[in-house]
Design a protein around this ligand. Structure first.
Ligand code: GRF
Length: 204
């Protein structure tokens, strides 16, 4: 099974997927390409280190989101992926892109969705005085950060937490959980049926 990973930055989640793919348990699939919208994304370096094709598609060269996403869709399709994993890809995808890959697009978001869609989730959690925070892995639909949720992990917020400590705690959980969800999908256990994610045929 073939996986394409889309990134924009550090790529620590990509690294977790690479490490899992190389581990004994494996991913039940292969990362066949990493695509970034930023040429200087460190995640591209992580891919090159393990000889995964690392491509950049810069939005600067396109007049509109639709034009960019059309070219991105072409690049992705060339890889004939079974799954497309968004791992810190910081662009909103247009409906045409999302519909084209319906049921094959996963995202990870650093909040307990439906709370805190969008950016600066750690800061917003602190400002709200929440006692817990977390992350969500979900299928991507046309609604930003609004697709059906597959997995979530909660972390407690303590009085000495700041944005950096929260980010670290959330990321540690991300690196454990994203490979699990990706493996479920590649094993054919995780599916989007209508608008409901199912694991082994049971709604999540
Ligand atoms: C993650 O925290 C993820 O939740 C968010 O972007 C961050 C990406 O981090 N969507 P990395 O590039 O995988 O290190």
């Amino acid at each position: 099974r073939r996986v394409v990973v889309l990134i924009s930055g550090n790529g620590s989640n990509l690294q977790a997927l690479i490490d899992t793919a190389q581990s004994k348990e494996g991913l039940n699939g292969e990362i066949v390409a990493v695509i970034s919208d930023k040429a200087d994304a460190f995640g591209l370096e992580r891919a090159r280190q393990v000889s995964i094709p690392a491509l950049t598609l810069s939005a600067k060269d396109f007049p509109s989101r639709e034009a960019y996403d059309l070219q991105l869709a072409r690049l992705v399709e060339e890889q004939q992926p079974d799954l497309i994993v968004l791992a810190g890809f910081m662009r909103i995808l247009s409906p045409a892109f999302v519909i084209k890959f319906h049921g094959k697009l996963l995202n990870i978001h650093p909040s307990l969705l439906p709370k805190y869609k969008g950016l600066h989730t750690h800061r917003r959690v602190l400002e709200a005085g929440d006692e817990e925070h977390g992350l969500s892995i979900h299928f991507v639909t046309e609604e930003l950060d609004g697709g059906p949720i597959i997995l979530q992990a909660k972390i407690p917020v303590t009085s000495d937490d700041d944005e950096a400590t929260l980010a670290n705690k959330v990321q540690a959980q991300e690196h454990t959980l994203y490979p699990i969800a990706v493996r479920w999908f590649l094993q054919g256990r995780l599916q989007l049926m209508g608008n409901y994610p199912t694991l082994d045929g049971t709604p999540l």
